[in-house]
Design a binder for this molecule. Structure first.
Ligand code: HEM
Length: 161
């Protein structure tokens, strides 16, 4: 399958990433998690994305899915659905680096009536070779934009899985 030319800037994301993360928020107890991200080329001008996380004991934690698209120039659009009733339309610019890129995405939110209120989110992706670092902050449950998650993931090659 030939990769759509519009995806050249994010082609290095394609595949599976695994690693460890830590979460916190002023209203909750801090926690650790294992994270797995998969970006899949489906032959269209976007990548399909699935994230899964587990507690240190192996219990399923947060999961989310969506689509990542590169619009005009280096403008990235990341459409995300949370099973907890929030949806995000995250947008930001991709900045190329020597061995990857950095991208900060800011999201407009739509919350279901039963969801916890999340007013805005900010996601940072830093790709450097075979290491992907993620950061996530949110303005939620009445608080200003505050850090919630950080993870460091490694490209998962067939020999490690
Ligand atoms: C790695 C992914 C994530 C993990 C492991 C994670 C984990 C957690 C945990 C353990 C809690 C505390 C217990 C609970 O309320 O369930 C929590 C709370 C929360 N999380 Fe996350 N979360 C993740 C991603 C997200 C995302 C993407 C959003 C929003 C779009 C989000 C929004 C919230 C909210 C609103 C709360 C409730 C805070 C409160 O009640 O004061 N989380 N999260």
């Amino acid at each position: 399958m030939t990769l759509h030319p519009g995806l050249a800037a994010v082609a290095s994301l394609i595949g599976m990433w695994r690693g460890e993360g830590a979460g916190q928020y002023p209203t909750i107890d801090s926690f650790q998690y294992t994270e797995e991200l998969t970006f899949t080329d489906v032959g269209k001008p976007f990548l399909h994305y699935i994230q899964r996380t587990w507690s240190p004991a192996g219990a399923p934690m947060h999961t989310e899915t969506g689509y990542l698209r590169v619009a005009e120039g280096a403008a990235v659009e990341f459409v995300l659905a949370q099973p907890t009733g929030q949806t995000e339309l995250a947008e930001g610019a991709l900045m190329a680096t020597v061995d990857g890129f950095t991208c900060t995405l800011q999201a407009r939110m739509v919350n279901s009536t039963s969801a916890k209120q999340v007013d805005a989110t900010e996601r940072r992706l830093e790709l450097a070779g075979d290491v992907l670092t993620t950061k996530f902050a949110m303005a939620a449950v009445g608080l200003q934009m505050t850090h919630h998650l950080a993870s460091k993931l490694h490209r998962n090659t067939p020999t490690t899985r």
